[in-house]
Design a protein around this ligand. Structure first.
Ligand code: SF4
Length: 206
């Protein structure tokens, strides 16, 4: 918990200017649309940090819950605020990431949606002997993208992984490209390979 809090405040300091900018457009947006922002400061600030990190890593304000896909049209739809927001607010009371929601959503409604989101990312990792197999995760019905995707599985692994080198097995070339961008952004060594039915990425973490 302490490690998580230290990480949060470190990231908040790094992205403090970007977080301010995100807050400005979000406040304008929710006023226009009559939505609300997640009332949990920690949750909404984390999402603003992750949005800023997506922008810094991939060059665009992609949804913090999904890595970019190989489909250019879908990628446009995934820029925040995404094209799925109304539909998801109608279903859950909030957008997929529980950043925006109905103006009159109760505290319990926000909590339930945040819990739904967390549970999607708590799927056990297939990590063994320094190899993280990211394939075969459930898919989001609107975007047809895995949840959690390779990028989020990598992030979850880095929270506790003690090794210097991590190998990832991924399903497609786009995930390799995304991992390369993440490696560049985070200063990791990067190597890629291909087997008959999957792609391999080796990250040198230290
Ligand atoms: S799900 Fe929410 S946070 Fe993600 S892009 Fe859509 S509006 Fe933004």
């Amino acid at each position: 918990m302490l490690k998580m809090m230290i990480g949060f405040f470190k990231d908040l300091w790094t992205y403090r200017h970007q977080v301010k900018k995100q807050t400005k457009w979000m406040e304008k947006y929710i006023n226009q649309k009559q939505y609300a922002l997640n009332p949990s400061w920690m949750m909404s600030t984390n999402l603003k940090i992750w949005l800023s990190e997506m922008d810094a890593t991939f060059g665009k304000r992609f949804c913090p819950c999904f890595e970019p896909s190989s489909d250019a049209d879908l990628n446009k739809k995934m820029l925040c605020p995404c094209e799925f927001i109304e539909d998801e607010i109608a279903e859950y009371g909030t957008c997929h990431c529980a950043l925006f929601g109905k103006k009159d959503l109760s505290k319990e409604g926000w909590k339930a949606s945040s819990k739904r989101l967390m549970s999607e990312y708590k799927i056990p990792l297939n990590l063994s002997n320094g190899i993280l197999d990211t394939r075969g995760k459930p898919r989001d019905s609107r975007r047809n993208l895995p949840v959690p995707d390779a990028m989020h599985q990598l992030k979850a692994t880095l929270n506790h992984y003690p090794g210097d080198t991590l190998k990832l097995i991924v399903e497609n070339e786009q995930e390799v490209k995304n991992l390369e961008k993440i490696a560049i952004f985070r200063g990791f060594g990067f190597e890629q390979g291909k087997s008959q039915d999957y792609y391999e990425v080796t990250l040198k973490l230290r």
